[in-house]
Design a protein around this ligand. Sequence first.
Ligand SMILES: CC(C)c1ccc(C(=O)O)c(O)c1O
Ligand SMILES: [Fe+2]
Length: 301
Amino acid sequence: MIELVDIAYVRSGAADLAGAVRFATEVVGLEHVDGPAGDTEPGVAHLRADGRHHCLAFVEGASGVIASAFTVADPGALALAETELETRGFTVRRGDADEARSRRVSEFVAFDDPFGNRIELVVGQQTLARPVRFGRGSGITEFGHLCLDAPDVAEAHRFWSTTFNVRASDWIGDAACLMRIDEVHHKLAVFQGERPGLCHVNFQVAELDDVFRNWHHLQEHDVVIEMGPGRHPQSGAVFLYFLGPEGLTYEYSYGVRRITDEAAWRPRYFDPAERGSIDMWLGPTQKPVTQPQLIPEGIHP
Ligand SMILES: CC(C)c1ccc(C(=O)O)c(O)c1O
Ligand SMILES: [Fe+2]
């Protein structure tokens, strides 16, 4: 069993790098770490939401998700994870020094989950001591969760829960499974989708008011709102999903549940056909747009 400590980052290709960064900073509110005072790496932009050096990196090139990353405790745990994955039949590749540097980690390995989502396990993710210089006052407090697509959600849960310390917190029938790796109701979700890809990235905001202020801001900037404002009965969070450039769906949410009594929690099964199973406020719901998984030839960017 491989112990994940936290989510680390999402790495995405961007056909229009400047446009993707502009949206992430001016609309979403993230910090562009490599801005005027930052260290620059040609063709790569790092976006920050919390203590992590970045939680989103755009790499100039074809649109699509390159990888979704999780931290493990230390180099020993990474070496054990590498062996464990290979024993289970996965092809695991060690990132080289330049790739690790670009990810601001000391070491990482990459493999594809059984559905073709590229996953990276990292150690030594860089923390920045200085406060986040948010691009706008959207109220972001942290990178909340990431959601992947898989054609068979039950099978995806089987993979994640038997390979990693990942537990189901709640199910939305065969449409989605919300999974935790710590007290937070979910840091990983899987949504049913034909092909691998990134369903969305989530950012927690400080106040309920932030969700509604952001909603107005998005509307003023003609951003496509995919869902919300609404409230998920699973985590109890008030949510807002919107579509950014490069086909990347962002979610703001406020008030995610923490599961503090691990022994007492039992996953619940919501019926996706029940109105209200995704939004307790009964607003219109739709599957967020998925950013397709890029299938890199040879070396991952
Ligand atoms: C619609 C998706 C999979 C979903 C469902 C529930 C929550 C939540 O309880 O917070 C999410 O964050 C989701 O992204
Ligand atoms: Fe979400």
